[in-house]
Design a protein. Structure first.
Length: 206
């Protein structure tokens, strides 16, 4: 059974997204009750960072607009933004009905974060949907589109690594890679749709 707090938090976010698909009059009426949350970041680092609201992963910053814009019920919400190699950005936001809230952020480097050396291996990901969150050894690394296509890959230290790909509404994909120094490898998968209850624990903030 999904924890009550997580279920309620997810319901609030899902409700905000679902309202956009309803009748225009109904949506306008509901938008007067709910508040909209927008994000602003100056660089690609911020725009590609993952966003958690009330402990639930909702996507990466750049995509949270249009039909994926965030509508929240009034009240207090916990916002967390993550990027590999950077300190987590966290803030408590009080949402007021009918108002747009703009959260401006700038990610700062985590000087303690380890970086692969000259013998680093390259791992390329080909994932559908490519907005899914990627975790390596249970640490958030980015979204799948960051590591696919030409000239895009993930640098990892040689050895074994657990790779997980998760997205709300899909079953978690998990695999293990054993990389040699300077090796180039590729992981391909298409996530299988499933119940929101089948979302893995990593997209819920620890």
């Amino acid at each position: 059974m999904i924890p009550t707090k997580s279920f309620q938090s997810l319901s609030l976010i899902t409700l905000g997204l679902a309202l956009l698909l309803g009748a225009p009059d109904f949506t306008r009426a509901q938008n007067q009750v709910m508040g909209e949350l927008k994000f602003s970041g100056p660089t690609k680092i911020e725009k590609s960072s993952g966003v958690w609201i009330d402990g639930q992963y909702v996507g990466y910053l750049k995509e949270l607009k249009g039909d994926k814009k965030i509508m929240l019920l009034p009240g207090q919400h916990e916002i967390s933004v993550r990027q590999a190699g950077y300190n987590n950005f966290t803030q408590t936001l009080v949402v007021e009905p009918g108002r747009m809230h703009i959260l401006r952020l700038k990610m700062t480097r985590d000087l303690r974060a380890p970086y692969p050396g000259s013998d680093a291996a390259e791992l390329k990901l080909n994932v559908k949907p490519d907005r899914a969150a990627v975790f390596v050894d249970d640490n958030y690394s980015g979204h799948a589109a960051d590591f696919g296509g030409a000239f895009r890959s993930m640098l990892l230290t040689p050895g074994k690594h657990r790779v997980k790909v998760e997205l709300p509404g899909y079953r978690t994909f998990e695999t293990e890679v054993n990389l040699l120094p300077t090796q180039k490898s590729k992981v391909e998968t298409e996530l299988i749709p499933g119940s929101i209850l089948q979302a893995g624990p990593l997209i819920k903030e620890q």
